[in-house]
Write a protein that binds this ligand. Structure first.
Ligand code: AFP
Length: 323
């Protein structure tokens, strides 16, 4: 059995990055325990506060965020961190080699219904300068040195890329460690499965309405094949399905709040997932171009997302260009 730390050593991951990834894995095992306790330990429900996004925080959002901050800041490997639950960056160890951006608990609306949630993380090298600021985080996603997530599902799974493909690990509860279970993840170029929140259909831009209508038209329509639909309402779970069996996932711009480019956040949702999807042979775009090429302007900025099977993403993006 290949445990995480052994696999990282074998893959020539820089020792400080391997140490940081090990700390992230330990923090997420701690989060998994809280989630599994659920109602028994009074961690469900709302924390009664709003976060920087104006979203009501769940108790487990706050607990997960605090756990990750404590572990990461104590590790000595983190120069600074950014979190969905933090207004601004949090300075870490002045000799820390890495910047970490994370969504401590993606899919929070699933917590109280015992459905899937996950922790998403994105890692950049720290600047060589003495000081660190939000500006240091504002790098295109292509500069990430590692990205991944821990999915708290029937199995607790760590999915990770350090730039050499994508590996999947499953938590061995008895050993208390993550075991390598998929050595190389690949996404098929074509698919017959898509993921979108259909209830927003009337708010989408016209090209997305046409693209989805053509999927729904199935074999009698222009695509000449039938499609299946899934929507878990947790990006981490929908992306995991795509890494496991292919598909297309999209959360497009809609006109409910026209000034908002999308719902998903670039730094700690779209960028890390885009790295994983590209490393697995898929594509990750906005309607304007690759997500990993976007020059960020602020740490909580939002983007529209179209990711998954390369040929299907190209078809979806093409609907926007033709219009
Ligand atoms: P929450 O963390 O607030 O539940 O949002 C999850 C998420 O950011 C992303 O993980 C999902 O894909 C998407 O929002 C679900 O959005 P809808 O609830 O509008 O379907």
């Amino acid at each position: 059995m290949q445990y995480l730390s052994h696999q990282l050593q074998q893959s020539n991951t820089p020792p400080e990055l391997a140490s940081l990834l090990d700390v992230l894995a330990v923090a997420c095992k701690d989060i998994a325990i809280r989630l599994q306790q659920g109602a028994m330990s009074g961690v469900l429900g709302s924390a009664g506060e709003e976060n920087v996004q104006g979203e009501t925080q769940k108790k487990l959002d706050v607990i997960s965020n605090d756990l990750l901050k404590d572990y990461l800041l104590a590790s000595g490997t983190v120069r600074a961190l950014a979190s969905e639950e933090e207004q601004s960056i949090v300075a870490g160890h002045d000799k820390g080699g890495y910047l970490v951006a994370f969504d401590p608990l993606d899919g929070s609306s699933n917590i109280d219904i015992n459905s899937m949630v996950g922790t998403i993380f994105s890692i950049f090298e720290a600047p060589a300068t003495d000081t660190v600021s939000e500006q240091d985080f504002l790098q295109p996603g292509r500069h990430q040195v590692a990205a991944g997530y821990v999915l708290y599902g029937p199995s607790v799974m760590l999915v990770l890329s350090t730039g050499d493909g994508v590996q999947m690990y499953t938590l061995d509860q008895s050993a208390g460690d993550f075991v390598l279970t998929v050595e190389q993840v690949t996404i098929a170029e074509d698919t017959q499965e898509f993921a979108i929140n259909m209830s927003n259909q009337r708010y989408w831009a016209e090209p997305m309405q046409r693209y989805i209508a053509d999927l729904l038209a199935g074999s009698e329509g222009p695509r000449k094949k039938n499609f299946n639909m899934r929507w878990v309402a947790a990006m981490v779970a929908d992306v995991h399905r795509i890494l496991c069996r292919g598909g297309l996932f999209t959360y497009p711009w809609d006109n409910r709040e026209p000034n908002k480019p999308g719902k998903l956040r670039l730094m700690y949702e779209a960028n890390p997932m885009a790295m994983l999807v590209e490393q697995a042979g898929g594509s990750a775009y906005t309607d304007a171009g690759p997500i990993l090429d976007i020059q960020p302007e602020q740490i909580h900025q939002r983007v529209p997302v179209i990711l998954g099977a390369t040929n299907e993403v190209a078809i979806c993006v093409d609907y926007h260009h033709k219009s």
